[in-house]
Design a protein around this ligand. Structure first.
Ligand SMILES: [Zn+2]
Length: 205
């Protein structure tokens, strides 16, 4: 449960929940330096209409744009933690920003683009990419699927179909929670992220 979650994932999950509360997609990214300090973070804001470039306002993009590159000459040794496999735009930006180590909580069967690392240009950079497994990944997936079905469920969109078919169990739970508007109730009750996480995790174990 929450107490067993690594500090970096805790921060990312908290930020993802912030995006959910702001009607965007619950996706977040943080950047950690060689001393284990969080030096930047970003969250998905693509549905927040006050932003002029909101379509590009993905979590990883925001985390990278918030970082002063010249102040971090050792960025190649830093680690980015992201709650969902980066899309083509973010994966390209991660590479071009000199981040080499990436930890990802959930695979994105629709837009996930770690495969571009097979391109000769990127393969030459020896990216170190790892996927998280277990509850952190599962809870974040339920959160993500809930928001997808809430936001796009009335449209028969391909990405929703493919993502849901990939995550069968998580989709069942996400739709069950959505049918009760559970996460919106949690927001009304001002529930902490710890309580939200433990509630979802409790249904997964
Ligand atoms: Zn992206």
């Amino acid at each position: 449960m929450w107490d067993n979650v690594n500090e970096f994932w805790k921060l990312a999950i908290e930020l993802a929940w912030e995006s959910f509360k702001n009607e965007s997609l619950p996706i977040a990214a943080i950047i950690v330096n060689t001393e284990g300090q969080v030096v930047s973070s970003g969250r998905n804001q693509i549905l927040e209409k006050h932003l002029i470039n909101r379509k590009m306002s993905h979590a990883e993009m925001n985390a990278l744009m918030n970082l002063d590159y010249d102040a971090h000459p050792e960025i190649r040794k830093y680690t980015m933690y992201t709650t969902l496999e980066p899309c083509p735009m973010c994966m390209g930006t991660i590479v071009m920003s000199d981040i080499r180590k990436l930890r990802i909580a959930g695979k994105d069967p629709w837009a996930g683009a770690v495969d571009i690392c097979e391109l000769p240009y990127i393969a030459d950079k020896n990216m170190d990419i790892g996927f998280e497994s277990g509850l952190v990944s599962n809870v974040l997936t339920v959160l993500y699927l809930y928001r997808l079905w809430e936001g796009y469920g009335t449209n028969a969109v391909n990405f929703l179909k493919i993502t849901s078919e990939y995550y069968v169990q998580e989709t069942v739970l996400a739709k069950e929670l959505l049918s009760q508007s559970m996460l919106r109730k949690f927001i009304e009750q001002d529930m902490s992220i710890e309580e939200v996480y433990n509630h979802i995790a409790g249904k997964l174990i």
